[in-house]
Design a protein around this ligand. Structure first.
Ligand SMILES: Nc1ncnc2c1ncn2[C@@H]1O[C@H](COP(=O)(O)OP(=O)(O)OP(=O)(O)O)[C@@H](O)[C@H]1O
Ligand SMILES: [Mg+2]
Length: 384
């Protein structure tokens, strides 16, 4: 969808902002550009919508060499969230959001209806916030308006330059979550600039790690964290990359341990006998359809009745496919040695600290061998 072929940008004063850049972004993919200040991220973005012209190389958007396209028509297909948001201070939030449709000559009513829809999509009630001016918004709300404005003409391509840069870490994480949910629904092809590796890892399907004017590594978050291509990348992703990896490694069914299980409708006395024979002190309790009911202590079951009469309801669990970090968080929060993993309502097994560590190793080893996430089997940890 977006393709750079040996693109360079040299300024007349001799500064090389971007040096011989080649990469490709697939349709519907979110690629994050991450690197230190001045490494060429904004330059890269602005060459895509021809606000900056390259001095060498070619850039394609949807198979068309953009040098052959009318820049104004090109920009209609590309939403742009600029660094520092850049809302017009003298226009209301609604009119700010409707800027591009208005420029495209939409009727006023249609442009404003679209703007209201977009404000809603980014979590701002158009009735409340539409009539306000940018100075009457918080930093996070302004950034949401920036995103809404970029999406207003429904462009297939979105360029976002530090879209969540100007807010505190908590609001930032919230905006990132909202954006990921929105992206799952609208599936734009996105280039997103950040200087924060955490954000790059969290949002990107793939990450381009920039050195000075060049891409040092272009790969999945797991691979960049697990197998940094150069010492520079290793330094940039930092020593705590094992922790970051918790957020990008997903829980797979093979990671789980199978604890003792009893059915809620099983007579308690029979369950006790069976569980004691297995040496179990507690059991997971399932409904007849395999849904998680809770847990019970084996000694408690001796009180009789059915297992279901004696169950402790379980209020925390994680879905399969969730990041390991989420499971780790639940264990810490409840000071528990395990957490149940569900597929919908169905109980799949439990994750323990030991299994969590194994899963982490699996993902490190897989990435070191160049296997992408999801393809790696559980067997691969046995030789670790
Ligand atoms: N008009 C210009 N003339 C000369 N050099 C320029 C010009 N515009 C940008 N540069 C230089 O090009 C390099 C890349 O700039 P760019 O704006 O792409 O960096 P960036 O990665 O977006 O940085 P930041 O994270 O600070 O936004 C910088 O060294 C910058 O000083
Ligand atoms: Mg920049």
């Amino acid at each position: 969808m977006i393709r750079f072929e040996q693109v360079s940008k040299r300024y007349p004063d001799g500064t090389t902002a971007v040096d011989d850049l080649s990469f490709e972004v697939s349709e519907g993919e979110l690629v994050t550009l991450v690197g230190p200040s001045g490494c060429g991220k904004t330059t890269t973005m602005m060459m895509v919508n021809r606000l900056i012209e390259p001095t060498a190389g070619r850039i394609f958007v949807g198979d068309e060499d953009i040098a052959t396209l009318d820049p104004v028509r090109l920009r209609r297909r590309i939403g742009y969230v600029i660094q520092q948001v850049g809302l017009f201070p003298h226009r209301t939030v609604l009119d700010n959001t409707a800027t591009v449709p208005a420029l495209l000559g939409w009727k006023r009513g249609k442009a404003r209806a679209r703007a209201a829809e977009l404000l809603d999509l980014v979590g701002l009630d158009p009735g409340t916030y539409g009539p306000r001016y940018p100075e009457q918004l918080s930093g996070g709300q302004r950034q949401r308006v920036g995103v809404a404005r970029a999406l207003a003409a429904d462009p297939p391509v979105l360029l976002m330059d530090e879209p969540f840069g100007a807010v505190d870490p908590v609001v930032r994480e919230q905006l990132q979550d909202e954006f990921l949910r929105m992206q799952a629904a609208v599936r734009k092809t996105v280039l997103l600039v950040t200087h924060d590796i955490e954000e790059a890892v969290r949002l990107g399907d793939r990450i381009a790690v920039y050195g000075q004017g060049r891409i040092e590594q272009f790969d999945t978050p797991g691979a960049v964290l697990g197998a940094p291509a150069t010492p520079y990348v290793a330094g940039f992703v930092g020593a705590d990359r094992g922790l970051k990896r918790l957020s990008v490694t997903e829980i797979e069914p093979d990671d789980l341990e199978q604890p003792p299980v009893a059915r809620a409708d099983e007579p308690a006395a029979r369950a006790v006998e069976r569980l004691r024979a297995e040496g179990a002190r507690w059991t997971v309790v399932l409904d007849p359809d395999g849904a998680l009911r809770g847990w019970a202590g084996v000694d408690e079951l001796a009180a009789g009745g059915t297992v279901g009469d004696l169950v402790h309801r379980m209020t925390s669990w994680v879905p399969v496919g969730a990041p390991l970090k989420q499971a780790f968080g639940v264990m810490l929060q409840h000071d528990a040695g395990w957490v149940a993993v569900l597929d919908g309502a169905r109980f799949l097994g439990v994750l323990t600290p030991a299994k969590l560590h194994e899963a982490l190793r699996r993902s490190v080893d897989a990435d070191a061998r160049g296997v992408t996430r999801g393809q790696a089997g559980f067997d691969s940890v046995s030789d670790a």
